[in-house]
Design a protein around this ligand. Structure first.
Ligand code: ADP
Ligand code: MG
Ligand code: MG
Length: 252
């Protein structure tokens, strides 16, 4: 049983005009086996929250806490956070020139487990995870994210999640740019991980569509750097019908 606690988190970025506060006091608790949807308009700070949890150096934590089973995550380097069981699927995955998917996955697995995976089982695990995600075996020999389509990038993120078996997975707009078939395949991957490893999922999305495939236990509406409203799946249905307008006008 793992708990990720985010307490009154304030985060700024450096801009040409000085420090700009993006996160303005985020409170959120995610436990193993739970799926939390974070839904909010563009620019509300969803990716900033994801990157702050994962430890991106661009973001300055000005106050607040992030605790993984009581351990201070904000004191950890990026790789320590990954080893502690935190996984981030980025909204815009980056290219890793000269590194194949196959090598990348094995290196990441070795770093996280502290030992190289047993070759025979590993090859089998990769093969079956790729089959499940309907990925061509040739994909394993391509360089990470180089020339990948939007859908291939997202499948590759979920492939990583399935093989690395994190305790907490932050999925930043894993649904964006996917057609219906790809969305279903990617969602099935997340649901498999939920069943097999009890991973706690923070599912960041702009649209309600993915929530037809991955059922959230909790929905948090994210507006202007903090949680504006929380509820169960019914909240997503209301957002589908009403959009974010009422939160934005309420703010003005
Ligand atoms: P979301 O993922 O919800 O669309 P982001 O976290 O990407 O939102 O961005 C939140 C806000 O922070 C936006 O207004 C964005 O322009 C601003 N922002 C993010 N990074 C920077 C940066 N490096 N410099 C200036 N503004 C930034
Ligand atoms: Mg955005
Ligand atoms: Mg974003």
């Amino acid at each position: 049983m793992t708990t990720l606690e985010i307490k009154d988190l304030h985060v700024s970025v450096d801009t040409e005009h000085g420090e700009k506060e993006i996160l303005k006091g985020v409170n959120l608790t995610i436990r193993s086996g739970e799926t939390h949807a974070i839904m909010g308009p563009n620019g509300s700070g969803k990716s900033t929250l994801a990157y702050s949890i994962a430890g991106h150096p661009k973001y300055t934590i000005t106050s607040g806490e992030v605790l993984l089973d009581g351990e201070n995550v904000l004191d950890m380097e990026v790789d320590e956070r990954a080893r502690a069981g935190i996984f981030l699927a980025m909204q815009y995955p980056v290219e890793v020139p000269g590194v194949t998917v196959s090598n990348f996955l094995r290196t990441a697995k070795t770093a996280i487990d502290g030992e190289a995976p047993k070759l025979r089982t590993w090859v089998k695990d990769v093969k079956s995870a790729m089959e499940n995600l309907r990925m061509d075996p040739a994909f394993a020999e391509r360089n990470v994210n180089e020339g990948f389509s939007g859908g291939e990038k997202k499948r590759h993120e979920i492939l990583q999640m399935e093989l690395l078996q994190p305790k907490i997975a932050v999925l930043d707009e894993t649904d964006s740019g996917l057609d219906v078939d790809a969305l279903r395949i990617v969602s099935e991957g997340v649901n498999r991980a939920k069943e097999t490893s009890e991973v706690g999922v923070l599912l960041i999305t702009h649209y309600t569509r993915i929530l037809n495939y991955i059922k959230p236990d909790f929905v948090h509406v994210f507006v202007d750097g903090k949680v504006a409203e929380e509820g169960g799946p019914e909240l997503a249905e209301r957002l589908e019908a009403e959009g974010y307008d009422r939160y934005l006008t309420a703010k003005a």
